[in-house]
Design a protein around this ligand. Sequence first.
Ligand SMILES: NC(=O)c1ccc[n+]([C@@H]2O[C@H](COP(=O)([O-])OP(=O)(O)OC[C@H]3O[C@@H](n4cnc5c(N)ncnc54)[C@H](OP(=O)(O)O)[C@@H]3O)[C@@H](O)[C@H]2O)c1
Ligand SMILES: [Zn+2]
Length: 382
Amino acid sequence: MARPHVLLSAAVSLDGCLDTRPGEGRLLLSGEEDFERVVSERASSDAVLVGAGTLRADDPRLRVRARAPREHPLREHPLHEHPLKVTITRSGDLDRAWRFWHHGGPKAVYAVGAEARRRAVAALGDLAEVYEVTGSGTWEAVLDHLHTLGVRRLMVEGGGQIHTQLLRQGLADELQLVVAPLLVGQADAPRMLGPGPYPGGPPHRHTLVDTRRIGDVVLLRYALNRRPGTDERATAADLAWLAEACELAALCPPSRSAFSVGAVIVAADGERLAQGHSREGGDSRVHAEEAALAKVAGDPRLRGATIYSSLEPCAKRASRPRSCARLIIDSGLRRVVTAWREPDTFVVAADGAGLLRASGVCLAEIEQHAEAARAPNAHLPQ
Ligand SMILES: NC(=O)c1ccc[n+]([C@@H]2O[C@H](COP(=O)([O-])OP(=O)(O)OC[C@H]3O[C@@H](n4cnc5c(N)ncnc54)[C@H](OP(=O)(O)O)[C@@H]3O)[C@@H](O)[C@H]2O)c1
Ligand SMILES: [Zn+2]
């Protein structure tokens, strides 16, 4: 199933704590200006999730600003007036007096098992929609379900248990970490992350996408979830599949107004899942990656699969609401191999590679096949 882009957001002290020890009141880590940034980040998400532990400890309102519902060229669903506010519980021990339920937007609860669901419904009545999930594969089920509700970008605001689980299970795509200039210094204070194992282990480096000073705190933004060992490096199998994608490009009916591109999707076990090429089926608007993806929509193997495309996937297009880079991100695919950077022929500075990398997708570019990728496009200005 396709899943939302998962953004983990947290503020920590210099010694990695989320708060002081339980019972000491809530520790304010970030400043007013950063809080406004967090509220804006919520406004560009479809849903915001916090664990029941944070609701119990802090009774946060989780303020979400009303916004004008809007369409976006890169989205198939419009943003609603408010993001959905979501929590998760095993115990079902929730309190209808918590401020979370009484501010902005629809609310959803994921409860593990029938008893937790019953308790949550009894406590909340119609304050929230309560969904039952099972104790194994819980997060996959929650993310799959949120996707069916139209959630494409999920912002997760802790606490530590939630962040740890999503990271350990390799389900998080992005981390926005604010570091505040204070030291908690308590061994029993809650930490941002518990022990691993984390995918890839200690040697695996994530990608620093951005750093920003906001008052006296620093925002660090990382792209996560790259499959260890495969990041930007290409294997012999990659070369062979990419050569096939370039051969497919040669099958495209030539056009004066669009590139000829070929794409092949290959599962982690080496099985060919689908392929496509530009203008397939005689539709002049069809792109290769789009054609290939349409044949395997919703296939769970996409998460471990690689898409080989002779040309860098497009980041913007006039003829469709979603670009190929966006379709790839939304499909759950996590690895892209291409032969040729998109020249400025039709779109100036189209940065499909940047969009993919910023969303945590691994991208390998294999120069060796660039000539083969260009050949069917020799008639176009480049
Ligand atoms: N600085 C920050 O950015 C920040 C952000 C958020 C929180 N915090 C701090 O973090 C602390 C709370 O963190 P925490 O780790 O104790 O709580 P948490 O991660 O917010 O929530 C833990 C609770 O979530 C539920 N849960 C966790 N995993 C689950 C799963 N797989 N399935 C179903 N339910 C699951 C359980 O609820 P039940 O107990 O109901 O079963 C569990 O007790 C507080 O001190 C808070 O101030 C800081
Ligand atoms: Zn495209």
